[in-house]
Design a protein around this ligand. Structure first.
Ligand code: GLN
Length: 501
């Protein structure tokens, strides 16, 4: 690490603590939420110029929320949640009444929503001060944050590299210790991939486990909100705060989710006897995984065996088609969802000078307001859904999705979880893949299949690559509504692995 990255990776007394420790200190009134929140705001002021994790910092609102928590505790109230008083960074794709919501796009520049997303409301009700809104690839399309209209976020491990995407801002905030908790969204890997590149923990919950109400839609059949933190236990605590049925999201699951906090705590005891861990044959045979990533993965698998897990090979024959299917289904849904940005209802309006028709204003606004990747996907999706091509493209992709779900179902008869590297390589350099969309898409190879199936997944740090000293992530996957397995295995592995340099 260079001197500047050493500083970025060296937290202060309060900013270096886990969320669980901070919550305990706040609840016992050893420190106030205001002090903790202020320490993080000060650190944002100190280091975020080098990282650009935040698009917007909500200083006054965060301090006011913290003071409200402190006042309640001083009056003898019970903490509102196990994370009461611990501040958080929110991906800029969730509606917030008191802060702009841009989705990393020019088309929403300066737009402040008239309502809070359910996730935002649940955070507030849990006494979690929101420090600010984090940077992301425009409308969550990308793997590096370079598609943000407001410039890229930098990786605290090496500021010449990407922290991943689309939720690179949330991951970089955790890795530079400007927030102990963050929220992301994972449509094809946007929580797990940045977690992997920054040595943080990120979970994509089961589809429908967390409300999407007030989450600006990317691809509605794939989108899922999830927790990000620096430890498995903190991630579980945040998961339990945001998950749960919401009548305002018609895809929200109506059954209670598993107890992920209990699973994380049980896992930390370090016994995985009886747990069957699957290795995907097609991944093992595949090429393109960097040697340092492969070595870290093999060491992690060996550690799982030592903890008592039984390692079994499984086959997902359809998996080689999943990337192609994803990059048809996602753009198709995007082309429909992003039609709402029509210059009439939200944000930017270009050409409204009396000389243009309403249609021209829409076209001029969309031309000026959307970036290149968003336009590319709207065009691909519009084409894939057009009459005459629908069956060949969108229809075929949906069939692949069904076959893949069947492959997973068969695999999960033999194993409890599936593991793989989260990403094929460590963090790549900013600029390296921006002109090569296919190379950028290929980076999602390991993360997106679970999204197509509606399942859950976690990335937990597995150390630093021997090739370049950069973070590597272990991906753990489980079927729908079995999120507790991720936490049990992730916590056991994390405890056995020990601290990362
Ligand atoms: N990188 C993927 C994409 O560009 C994933 C995006 C996401 O999960 N939001 O589509």
């Amino acid at each position: 690490m260079t001197d500047s990255t050493t500083a970025l990776r060296s937290p202060g007394e309060l900013t270096g603590l886990t969320a669980a420790d901070l919550a305990a200190k706040i609840a016992s009134r050893e420190v106030s939420s205001e002090e903790v929140t202020r320490a993080h705001l000060d650190r944002i002021a100190e280091v975020d110029g080098d990282i650009a994790a935040y698009l917007h910092v909500s200083t006054d609102a965060a301090l006011a929320a913290a003071r409200a928590v402190d006042a309640g505790l001083a009056a003898g109230d019970q903490p509102a949640s196990p994370l009461a008083g611990v501040p958080l960074a929110l991906k800029d794709v969730f509606a917030t009444v008191d802060a702009p919501t841009t989705c990393g796009s020019k088309i929403l520049e300066g737009w402040t929503p008239p309502f809070d997303a359910t996730v935002t409301a649940r955070l507030r009700a849990a006494g979690i001060p929101i420090l600010g809104k984090t940077n992301m690839d425009e409308f969550a399309m990308g793997s590096s944050t370079e598609n943000s209209a407001y410039g890229p976020t930098r990786n605290p491990w090496d500021t010449a590299r990407t922290p991943g995407g689309s939720g690179g801002g949330s991951a970089a905030a955790l890795a530079s210790f400007t927030a102990p908790l963050a929220i992301g969204t994972d449509t094809g890997g946007s929580i797990r991939q940045p977690a992997s590149l920054t040595a943080t923990v990120g979970v994509r919950p089961t589809y429908g486990a967390v409300s999407r109400y007030g989450l600006v839609a990317c691809a509605s059949s794939l989108d899922q909100c999830g927790p990000c933190a620096r430890t498995v236990e903190d991630t579980a605590l945040l998961h339990s705060v945001i998950a749960g049925h919401d009548p305002r999201d018609s895809t929200s699951l109506d059954a209670p989710g598993p107890d992920v906090v209990a699973a994380a705590r049980a896992g930390a005891a370090g016994d995985l006897t009886g747990v069957r861990v699957g290795l995907v044959k097609e991944f093992v045979e595949g090429q393109g995984v960097a040697s340092g990533v492969q070595a870290s993965f093999e060491a992690a698998v060996a550690q799982l065996k030592e903890l008592g897990a039984e390692v079994v090979e499984v086959s997902l024959p359809t998996i080689s088609y999943s990337l192609a299917a994803y990059y048809l289904i996602l753009p198709s849904e995007v082309s429909s969802n992003l039609a709402r940005f029509d210059a009439m209802r939200y944000g930017l309006r270009v050409g409204d000078d009396g000389t243009h028709s309403a249609e021209e204003v829409m076209a001029l606004t969309r031309e000026a307001g959307f970036g290149a990747e968003v336009k590319r996907r709207i065009m691909i999706g519009t084409y894939a859904l057009s009459s005459g091509y629908y069956d060949a493209y969108y229809g075929s992709a949906q069939k692949v999705r069904t076959l893949l779900a069947r492959d997973f179902a068969a695999a999960y008869e033999k194993v409890d979880v599936i593991v793989s590297p989260t990403t094929p390589t460590t963090a790549f350099a900013l600029g390296e893949k921006v002109d090569d969309p296919l190379a950028m898409y290929l980076f999602d190879l390991f993360t997106l299949p679970t999204n197509l199936a509606g399942h859950c997944g976690m990335s937990v740090p597995s150390g630093l690559s021997a090739d370049d000293g950069l973070p590597v992530g272990l991906q753990i996957l489980a079927p729908a509504q079995a999120d507790d397995r991720l936490y049990r295995v992730g916590a056991a592995y994390e405890a056995a692995r020990g601290p990362i340099a």
